[in-house]
Design a protein around this ligand. Structure first.
Ligand SMILES: CC(C)(COP(=O)(O)OP(=O)(O)OC[C@H]1O[C@@H](n2cnc3c(N)ncnc32)[C@H](O)[C@@H]1OP(=O)(O)O)[C@@H](O)C(=O)NCCC(=O)NCCS
Length: 207
């Protein structure tokens, strides 16, 4: 399979939002709002344009990854910049073929070259451990409300970059979803049925 990675262009925005909706729909909850998060993130000053990549197969976009800036704030109020990726999406029919891996590995190399310290994510540990992500607790990094759990992970972009960096992780304000605005936005996409599925995470996985 000849997968090509390239920067996302403005003309791709709608296609990629629809791809994100297809990838996330009914996976973590009935329906999804990640396509709206993506839409808002791109407009945010925290968005990192240089790390916004699409994966193409035969000229068709089949995957996307985006990154944004966040910070780790310690108890004295000292801040350190980190980055996080997400949404990351691959079209359902093409999942499990290494496209996600390609997107993550390519962009984390660029992120390292750009001088970023570390990537912080919420995600499935079974998947992300293979890329070197570890429980954030190892670095004394906690969620905004001081918690740790397996799904909250961090990866140093080179060894020692998180030395002296500890505290609570605050992600971009752009991740906050206004429900009314979201409902309007989602209506502009083709109708899709919301369902309860067995992939939907139990609340305790994220607490
Ligand atoms: C997560 C996602 C981007 C991975 O992309 P992909 O191209 O399918 O992944 P890859 O082909 O690189 O890797 C496939 C491997 O990851 C595993 N994997 C993929 N998603 C996983 C998940 N959510 N939980 C656990 N394992 C997962 C597969 O089981 C497979 O394992 P194997 O190599 O041992 O067989 C893609 O599956 C997707 O779009 N999922 C829906 C949206 C989503 O969950 N995004 C991430 C939110 S944190």
């Amino acid at each position: 399979m000849d997968i090509k990675l390239r920067f996302e262009e403005e003309t791709d925005f709608r296609i990629v939002e629809n791809l994100t909706r297809e990838a996330f729909w009914n996976v973590y909850k009935p329906g999804c709002d990640e396509h709206f998060v993506l839409h808002n993130l791109r407009k945010s000053q925290d968005f990192i344009k240089e790390l916004d990549f699409v994966a193409e197969l035969d000229g068709v976009i089949v995957g996307n990854i985006v990154y944004s800036k966040g910070k780790i704030v310690n108890e004295n109020g000292m801040e350190h910049e980190v980055i996080c990726f997400g949404p990351i999406s691959v079209l359902p029919d093409l999942q499990g073929k290494g496209i996600g891996k390609k997107l993550i590995e390519h962009t984390s190399r660029i992120a390292k070259d750009m001088g970023f310290k570390a990537i912080v994510i919420y995600g499935h540990p079974d998947y992300y451990h293979r890329f070197g992500f570890v429980n954030a607790e190892k670095f004394d990094i906690h969620t905004a409300d001081g918690k740790n759990f397996d799904a909250f992970m961090v990866k140093e972009l080179s060894e020692g970059r998180l030395q002296g960096v500890a505290g609570n992780f605050i992600d971009s304000e752009a991740f906050k979803v206004n429900n009314e605005a979201f409902e309007m936005f989602d209506k502009s996409f083709p109708p899709k049925e919301k369902k309860v599925t067995d992939t939907q995470l139990k609340e305790q996985d994220y607490e």
